[in-house]
Design a protein around this ligand. Structure first.
Ligand SMILES: Nc1ncnc2c1ncn2[C@@H]1O[C@H](COP(=O)(O)OP(=O)(O)O)[C@@H](O)[C@H]1O
Ligand SMILES: [Mg+2]
Length: 327
């Protein structure tokens, strides 16, 4: 009997198109002797076709396991995972809490800091940002300063401010995308990514370096220009590579991630210090995405990576059966 995998993709998110590409690659790589693929496409307005997954246990008899290939809002942020929990369906990747807290750039940093993990200095501001708060931020952090909507991805709404005037504009831009704004110290240095895989005993792949073609890895650089370069394996001394892999696993555990996660780092040139920038619980999964590439380099080919993720989803669901929900 083949395992029936519901592939949920698209979504009400700025990363809708990336999700389509990720899903295409996942479908192409899935072993047809092993899996039957049931597709659920969600359009940009949030409508499902052919039909939605039903939120009741037993109401989706055609599905053995769900693979959400959704990035960003309403897919990677715990909302979709909540539906799978209600439906009592096994699903690939992080649970509700890990998904939503990893999506929030403020909460994620707080959880990491609590574990003693290195994150950059940041402050949180509310939407009604006016000139006065720009001055307040400037008084508390040195320039350059990064301004980000707390709950988004793909660098949307993110700016790098070099002075007070740019900071005002940056706050205004970020405020269009979220009520909560994260303002942080800019790190002058290099950028790395490290793939993590596993449930109870997660392991990290060999990391890669991202070499943006612009001042930072912004939306154009990620998806339009095609000029950013990557270096795999990352060109760093072995001790630093090991430290990065250790921190990636620690971060994955700290947020309670399961299945997969890509931990992104900033390395300050002047001090050589590594900072965890963020964790993505549904990293890009296109055939040229770094998450599968890092695993391929580390010894797990794409097709096997998908097998393992699905196995882990089923395993976790099985383990949950031992939990009582009522007395
Ligand atoms: N504190 C920082 N210092 C230096 N560069 C940063 C900092 N924060 C973000 N960046 C740059 O901005 C990019 C996008 O920021 P990130 O926090 O990763 O948001 P997203 O979730 O949209 O990917 C990063 O890949 C990096 O190039
Ligand atoms: Mg990022």
């Amino acid at each position: 009997m083949k395992t029936r995998v519901a592939l949920v993709y698209g979504g009400r998110s700025g990363e809708h198109e990336i999700s389509l590409r990720s899903a295409e690659s996942v479908i192409a790589a899935m072993n047809p002797d092993r899996y039957e693929i049931v597709k659920f496409l969600i359009d940009k307005e949030g409508h499902w076709s052919p039909s939605p997954i039903q939120p009741e246990p037993g109401a989706n008899p055609g599905i053995d396991v769900v693979f959400p290939v959704l990035h960003g809002t309403f897919g990677e942020d715990g909302t979709m995972q909540g539906l799978f929990e209600l439906a009592d369906l096994p699903y690939v990747g992080a649970n509700v809490l890990a998904s939503s807290l990893s999506m929030d750039k403020d909460v994620m940093k707080r959880v990491c800091r609590e574990q003693g993990l290195p994150v950059v200095d940041w402050i949180v501001m509310e939407r009604d940002a006016n000139g006065v708060v720009a001055e307040e931020a400037a008084a508390r952090l040195p320039f350059p300063i990064f301004v980000k909507p707390a709950n988004l991805g793909s660098s949307v709404g993110i700016s790098k401010a070099h002075d007070l005037e740019e900071l005002r504009a940056a706050l205004k831009t970020a405020a269009e995308f979220d009520r909560k704004i994260v303002v942080e110290r800019g790190i002058e240095g290099r950028e790395f990514e490290c793939a993590v895989l596993g449930n109870e005993h997660p392991a990290a792949a060999v990391p890669c370096e991202i070499l943006p073609s612009r001042e930072f890895y912004d939306y154009e650089d990620k998806y339009e220009l095609n000029l950013a370069r990557t270096e795999l394996p990352a060109n760093l001394p072995p001790a630093e590579i090991e430290e990065m892999r250790r921190l990636a696993v620690e971060c994955f555990k700290a947020v309670g991630c399961e299945g997969m996660g890509r931990v992104d780092f900033l390395r300050e040139t002047s001090t050589g210090k590594l900072y965890i920038n963020e964790i993505n619980t549904i990293p890009g999964f296109t055939s040229i995405s770094m998450y599968p590439k890092m695993w391929e380099y580390t010894g797990i080919p794409y097709t096997e990576l998908i097998d393992r993720l699905i196995e882990m989803a089923l395993e976790r669901h099985e383990q949950k059966k031992a939990t009582r929900f009522t007395r």
